[in-house]
Design a protein around this ligand. Sequence first.
Ligand code: ADP
Ligand code: ZN
Ligand code: ZN
Length: 708
Amino acid sequence: MKEAAQSRIRVQVAVQTPAHSGIAEPLTYMAPHPLPAGALVRVPLGQREVLGVVWGEAAQAPEGATLRDVTAVLEGLPPLSAGWRDLVAFAARYYQRAIGEVALAGLPPQLRELGAEQLARRLARKAKTSPTVAEGDVPRAPTPEQAAVLAELRAGDAGAFLLHGSTGSGKTEVYLQTVAELLAADPEAQALVMVPEINLTPQLEARFVARFAPVYGAGAVVSMHSGLTNPQRLGSWLAAHLGRARIVLGTRMAIFASLPKLALIVVDEEHDPSYKQQEGARYSARDLAVWRGRREGARVLLGSATPSLESWWGSRPPSDGDAGGRYRRLAMPSRVGAGALPTVRLVDMNLQPPRTRLSAGLMDAIAQRVARGEQSMLLLNRRGYAPVLACSACEWKSECPHCSAYRVFHKIDRSLRCHHCGFAERVPRACPTCGNLDIAPVGRGTERLEEELAELLAGVRRPEAQGRGPVRIARIDADSTRLEGALSRQLAQVHDGAVDVLVGTQMIAKGHDFRRVTLVAAINPDGALFSSDFRAPERLFSLLMQSGGRAGRDSAWLAAQGSRAEMWIQTFHPQHPLFAALRRHDYAAFAEQQLEERRAASLPPFAFQALLRADARTQEAAQAFLTAASAAVDDLPEAAAVQRYPAVPLAIQRVANVERAQMLVESESRMALQRLLAHWHPRLHALRRSPEGQGIIRWLVDVDPQSI
Ligand code: ADP
Ligand code: ZN
Ligand code: ZN
């Protein structure tokens, strides 16, 4: 007995410690026998027993500590691989979080609750087979551009590639065939395919299942996203971890999937901001994909019609005195089937009658399309009826009492809703300040656009072939899709041709392969032209290009209709260079111009940024904390190479009665920035506990922030 006690060994275990504890490293426990790194265990933490991941043997016990015992080992599960642990450790270090937090967030929640016995039962259960796929999906003969890209992917060594392919150039087919080749070449190989929002792309999932289930069985394709139930997530995770799943489709969270035989990572629409996590560890799944690919010797394929400027710069070809980017650039400039990209028409709103919201030319174009049985899509990036309600007699506006923002008027349920804190009330009958009955909506959102369209198109009829009824208008935005399954129902209606005019926010601009849309219109995109965020033009360009990409995707049908694909843009700034590049579908020219500006201003990708943010009851307290934080690293050698800007309020400075401030930190050296952040972390924890930290509700670091 005594000998057994002496042979006990110390192990390090990554557990989820509370964020405010400031503990970044795994904790030390005692185990009765050596445990392999990556093994899943249950250990005591405070009063609780929690799930942990063995991180390695501990050389030394912390001084004077009495170590507690590992309670149980989850048998039957192979340990998490060294590659996975390296990914977690890298993400934790790079994004300034605790290893345990990142590790545990990367595991399915249900794993935390299962005892050893329950898990054994779960493992024994036969993998549930999804409904058999009636129709397989056979590979298409690649177009010449697809063939060239596939050949390069095949020939090239592992590494990262940027596939710059026009909307409708057939990127999905390239993903499918690349996956197919890798899986065929190695009976164990696994592929990870990430999309920005899996809810928006049920089509993609269906295509992967249709293509691969007939070959590898129904369990070969699993998905991972926040729409799954906990048991489903566990099921997908186990399938991937045990190597049963050959393909994992998922949103950004899937980057942490355990894939022991990972051979390929595809990041579709790699420019999409939703690859950046906006809470907890604020990681970029796209950037981690590149890191993980390199670590695992797997190919990484980033795809987009409008790559992020970081990736575009990162894939520049070598030139004199420049070794070029780290990624290899692949191009598919043409649409499949000789389809043309839509003609871009700019409507100069300065030339329209005053207060015109929908120009006559645009309305005519839509009416003609309805009459021919074609679909149109109108984009307005603002939901609700009107962004503000205002009194005509006094200064009253529908401000949120808890935020520095207006509450949005929703006519459907006659409510005023704050889109930041959720505070909602019924619309008052009279002005709360002066009693005036005339309070009116100012500006306009998708609800109002839908209403105006219905009036303007009231006389228009669908063609005989479609029953000659009145025009059918649908709206898709975060409000219309609140109910479970609503979005897929609404999208199915569009695909089935049950909708003539679709109104929506950017939700409808991404990825959908609508076959009958021949006109896309951006109603009021000007706001982004003059935003203070340096990424706003990039975002706008990509949004417009993506939305335009929804028009005229079926060239044969388009020709049979005798129609043309058009993208309409209503703007007060038709001379803006962004629109000139858009008209020519010239992403490269736009990117070059933007990169020049970024270089001149030392902005990403020519510099690296992080934000330090503090939330407090008062703006002064929040800013004082940041200022003190800045002073706390003055003595570091890296401080000279890292610029720290003054603390400023966030654009929306108060949300739910919390004042928010931020400080931008910037360096031309990623290494210097990382070193500074690493030293900063413990000092920030200490500062939080000092008098300056007393008024602080929370603080956080956002590395490579996507909006500033
Ligand atoms: P992207 O993702 O680049 O916008 P998709 O992959 O959705 O484009 O392809 C556009 C359309 O072209 C789809 O309907 C797809 O089925 C079709 N397509 C793709 N590749 C081929 C091919 N080689 N032959 C015939 N049709 C193709
Ligand atoms: Zn009033
Ligand atoms: Zn609010």
